[in-house]
Design a protein around this ligand. Structure first.
Ligand SMILES: NC(=O)C1=CN([C@@H]2O[C@H](COP(=O)(O)OP(=O)(O)OC[C@H]3O[C@@H](n4cnc5c(N)ncnc54)[C@H](OP(=O)(O)O)[C@@H]3O)[C@@H](O)[C@H]2O)C=CC1
Ligand SMILES: O=C1O[C@H](COP(=O)(O)O)[C@@H](O)[C@H](O)[C@H]1O
Length: 595
């Protein structure tokens, strides 16, 4: 029986493509370049999303034909019109009717990690690629190239990469073997980032590995931003694919204000189309951020409450229990507002607050995100509190101040902590404070969204709560990391003959509910980029809107040389954050004891 799924099955339209829950070796061996998303798709809610689409058809062999728009012509692929589908009962027939040509050219994907010798490449990109390989999510024909100035042989790259690969997922059967197989697909080319000839040499090597197949190329720019444009110019002019797609993943920071971001976009667009640019914000690849839309739009109980009518305030919290050690040089030029708030937290806010998109298509979702970002009120200086960590000694250990880093100027005013109050001036959210708090060198490592609901009007049990009614309101917590969870704080009667109320949690604790480990955000995003799925990447107008919101206040902070409030390394941050919240009758939700 033929089971097949396509990577191009993520968006709905009037034509159909196929999703299946199992792999068919026969077709894998055949001349298909239909990649391996099938495994992934089957294991995630995507498969059930296909089934739940009103026009989806479940076939006798368990495959699902679901409305779709193939994104590109990279795969010999013809979609099937609904009118033809009535006579089709199995995936085999679907393949025949849709006219897959198993003898068409095979394609290959070459992934070049530019800046392969760096921290991010070692820590995240190579491990994510290996995890995808292990899971069977990479296409049959793929090659990974490391590119950087450092001199390295292929063997040295493999040795470097092998140190950071882990057998993370499940029990990782045959992991060592898989690692060896993966490493054999990894190569290295040393070159300058601004040298077309060096990229031309890379191109030659890529061609050798592609072996005449249709060539698709993904460049991951894991390099400092000041060399993005050089690398893009050289890669696009001398190492682009001639017969397949070429895509470039661009790491943050995308500029440091509206002007520099616009200039970066303009320069990138000299060499690349917007559809080739994948601006990564890895928080969008985190499981619970990805789940936000599912939570909102596929549960009846949340969306009706998702407005100013029921929500008192929303909080987006990020904290790390370590400082900027080792990254001070980069950080000092950006600060916590640009490093975390303008991108990660704002992206989550946009997903949280957007209106229902027309569909799950990337453009529909991004349109809604842009709308909500553009409805936001410019941030006022008085709605921002900044802090910087200072040295602290605990248990005989001396924790350094931010300015103890040799790469940071002693008189730096760069904030390592910030809290801000933001507002969305639209009908849904008018008057609701959206509070953000982000900091380095705090007491804990955590990222979460907290939704505090309004008081119950005329609550019969008010007298059981004492004077602090805020504590008795419901709170929904989406803990993005660590120890992913979604829990709802409710009031409950303590069992017994009396009438004592208790704050309890309805708790969806991921580790208890799901046995499978959660993929790293970079895995999801790399796979999406390979598949041309742009939903979780930032479009240029989203970026403009995000910068428009933060640029004026960032400029004001810098021009007025506002002093940060100093807080001890490992503390909860400056008290100013509490005053800011109190101004809007808000209490930060992360102060109590949590499950
Ligand atoms: N590290 C992290 O956790 C995160 C990083 N990022 C972003 O990802 C990108 C890469 O980060 P990261 O790996 O930490 O960066 P690195 O500082 O480690 O730089 C990556 C590589 O770029 C080359 N490089 C470094 N500085 C220069 C320079 N001044 N001129 C030319 N080449 C240089 C080096 O390779 P060689 O000398 O061999 O050429 C280096 O190995 C950056 O844009 C960063 O902002 C985003 C989120 C998190
Ligand atoms: O983008 C960044 O993110 C990391 C935090 O990412 P996480 O996935 O480990 O939560 C942060 O440390 C870094 O400063 C920032 O540039």
């Amino acid at each position: 029986m033929a089971n097949l799924s396509s990577t191009h099955c993520r968006s709905y339209s009037s034509s159909y493509c196929l999703f299946s829950s199992s792999i068919n070796e026969q077709h894998h061996r055949a001349n298909f370049s239909i990649p391996t998303r099938r495994v992934f798709a089957a294991k995630t809610s995507l498969h059930s999303q296909r089934i739940s689409h009103p026009d989806a058809v479940l076939m006798q062999d368990g495959a699902v034909a679901s409305p779709a728009t193939p994104a590109e012509n990279e795969i010999p692929f013809k979609t099937l019109k609904k009118s033809l589908l009535s006579s089709v009962t199995s995936s085999e027939e679907f393949i025949e009717t849709a006219g897959f040509d198993v003898n068409k050219n095979e394609s290959t994907v070459s992934i070049t990690v530019v800046g392969a010798s760096g921290d991010l490449a070692k820590k995240k990109i190579f491990p994510a690629l290996f995890a995808l390989y292990y899971e069977g999510c990479l296409p049959k024909h793929f090659t990974v190239f490391g590119y950087a100035r450092s001199k390295m042989t292929d063997a040295e790259l493999r040795n470097m990469v092998s140190k950071t690969l882990t057998c993370r997922i499940d029990k990782r059967e045959n992991c060592g073997e898989k690692m060896d197989q993966f490493l054999k697909r990894c190569f290295y080319h040393s070159g300058q980032y601004d040298c077309g000839d060096n990229f031309a040499e890379l191109d030659k090597k890529l061609k050798e590995h592609e072996g005449g197949r249709v060539s698709n190329r993904l460049f991951y720019l894991s390099i400092p931003p000041n060399i993005f444009i050089d690398a893009v110019r050289c890669a696009s002019s001398t190492a682009s694919s001639s017969d397949g797609w070429t895509r470039v993943i661009v790491e943050k920071p995308f500029g440091r204000d509206s002007e520099s971001s616009a200039a970066l976009t303009k320069s990138l667009k000299q060499y690349l189309g917007e559809d080739q640019i994948f601006r990564i914000d890895h928080y969008l690849g985190k499981e619970l951020v990805e789940n936000l839309s599912v939570l909102r739009f596929s549960n009846l109980i949340f969306e009706p409450l998702w407005s100013r009518q029921y929500i008192r305030n929303v909080q987006f919290l990020f904290s790390e229990d370590f400082g900027t050690e080792g990254r001070g040089g980069y950080f000092d030029n950006y600060g916590i507002i640009r490093d975390i708030m303008q991108n990660h937290l704002l992206q989550i806010l946009a997903l949280f607050a957007m209106e229902t998109p027309v569909s799950l298509d990337a453009e529909d979702i991004r349109n809604e995100k842009v709308k909500v970002l553009r409805s936001m009120r410019p941030i006022r200086l008085e709605d921002v509190v900044i802090g910087q960590y200072k040295s602290h000694t605990r248990g005989g250990v001396i924790y350094p101040a931010y300015t103890d880093d040799k790469t940071v100027p002693k008189d730096s005013l760069t904030p390592t902590f910030a809290a801000a109050a933001l507002f969305i001036d639209n009908a849904r959210w008018d008057g609701v404070p959206f509070l953000m708090k982000a900091g380095k060198a705090l007491h804990t490592k955590r990222a979460e969204i907290r939704v505090q609901f309004r008081h119950v009007p005329g609550n019969l049990y008010n007298r059981n709560f004492g004077t602090d009614l805020d504590r008795a309101t419901n709170e929904l917590v989406i803990r993005v990391q660590p120890d992913e969870a979604i829990y709802l704080k409710i009031n409950n009667k303590v069992p017994g003959l009396g009438m004592r109320l208790d704050r309890s949690n309805l708790n969806l604790h991921y580790a208890a509910r799901y046995s499978k480990e959660i993929p790293d955000a970079y895995e999801r995003l790399l796979l999406d980029a390979i598949e041309g799925e742009r939903r979780l990447f930032i479009r240029s107008d989203e970026l403009d809107a995000a910068w428009a919101l933060f640029t004026p206040v960032l400029k004001e902070l810098e021009e007025k040389k506002i002093n940060p409030e100093y807080y001890p390394y490992g503390s909860r941050g400056p008290v100013g954050a509490h005053y800011l919240a109190a101004r809007y009758n808000v209490r930060w939700g992360d102060l109590g004891i949590e499950p």
